[in-house]
Design a protein around this ligand. Structure first.
Ligand code: SF4
Length: 262
């Protein structure tokens, strides 16, 4: 699923535009503006954003940063409307660290990004791509406009389908020209040979690229699929495996799930 027809260059289906604290990876705790795009080329067993996998008639747009009050605008959202909403929210909260392009898989909309991002780059906004790391040809189209890349490395036993490792390596080879870190969602189902393969890919590109091991967050929707969760002992063992070749391997759970009361 890669959106590249003419209308998809001028407008995109979004799920939401909102401010929040980054809850994953090495920029955890940074205030960001999230632009969540609809659609994804994968369907991981553990997906925690199923609402972003399919298009909706309307997009939720936060009215005031961090106030959690939303208006609805019609999908698909035109470039000029999205640009205006991003500028309004970032002007209202100037200490925003960066604009997170997330999903779903945002690179499904790479054609749209080519038209959407340049105006906002002129405003000195930084762009933070949250990606599943499987669409290198799409990344090529937009990488010049990105600042930070959070790249998932998908493990076949965890996502429930085959992974094209060549694409993973090609993607990371492109992403390393930016501020990139890698992330593996650890479900407890991963096989040692798969993890070793991922380690070798990162080491071949650059052993100093940070890797975040993110244990799957126990939530009801996963429990219903009979998920197991990794123990601290198994996480430390996986960290040890990656540290055989990589210099920066951290275990960091999602923290935004703890912020629901705020
Ligand atoms: S790549 Fe991300 S958004 Fe897409 S199905 Fe997997 S977890 Fe969900």
């Amino acid at each position: 699923m890669v959106a590249d027809n003419q209308s998809a260059l001028d407008a995109a289906h979004l799920e939401a535009i909102f401010t929040s604290i980054q809850g994953e990876g090495i920029y955890i705790g940074s205030p960001q503006l999230f632009v969540r795009f609809s659609g994804c080329n994968l369907k991981c067993q553990y997906c925690d954003t199923p609402e972003a996998l399919v298009p909706h008639p309307m997009t939720r747009v936060e009215n005031v940063p961090f106030k959690r009050n939303f208006k609805l605008i019609t999908n698909p959202v035109k470039i000029e409307d999205l640009t205006r909403e991003v500028i309004n929210l970032t002007n209202a909260f100037p200490q925003i660290h960066s604009v997170a392009l997330t999903g779903g898989e945002p690179l499904v909309h790479a054609g749209f990004f080519k038209n959407f991002l340049p105006t906002l780059k002129e405003k000195k906004l930084r762009f933070f791509l949250e990606t599943n790391g499987t669409l290198p040809q799409q990344l090529k189209k937009v990488i010049g406009m990105l600042d930070i890349i959070s790249m998932d490395i998908k493990i076949p036993s965890a996502v429930g389908k085959a992974v094209d490792w060549k694409q993973t390596e090609e993607f990371l080879g492109l992403a390393k020209t930016k501020d990139v870190y890698t992330k593996i969602v650890v479900t407890g189902r991963e096989k040692t040979e798969e993890l070793t393969r991922a380690r070798k890919i990162i080491a071949r590109i650059d052993k100093n690229i940070p890797l975040v091991l993110q244990p799957l967050t126990p939530v009801k929707k996963h429990r219903s699929k009979d998920f197991s969760y990794p123990s601290l002992t198994s996480l430390l063992e996986i960290q040890r495996l990656f540290r055989q070749e990589l210099t920066d391997v951290r275990i960091i759970p999602q923290v935004h799930k703890l912020m629901d009361w705020m």
